[in-house]
Design a binder for this molecule. Structure first.
Ligand SMILES: [Zn+2]
Length: 71
């Protein structure tokens, strides 16, 4: 959580993307540099895509069942 010593308050990380206080402009303690924050963010895990594929197959099959039930 970025902390401004000058203003004596916390700021949201999204409110200070450049690591500087949006109010007074002084460097924030505990702020992560934008490039480091982007590099540290993990990507979408592989099991999300497995779950998405399984859900697509399941819902597709349920859709086929619905169409066959309606006809
Ligand atoms: Zn400040």
């Amino acid at each position: 959580m970025p902390w401004c010593e000058t203003c004596d308050r916390y700021h949201a990380a999204t409110a200070a993307p450049d690591g500087r206080c949006p109010v007074c402009g002084s460097p924030l303690a505990g702020a992560v540099a934008p490039t480091a924050a982007a590099a540290a963010r993990p990507g979408i895990p592989w099991h999300f895509w497995v779950l998405l594929a399984a859900m697509t197959v399941y819902l597709g099959w349920r859709l086929v069942q619905l169409v066959l039930w309606l006809l």
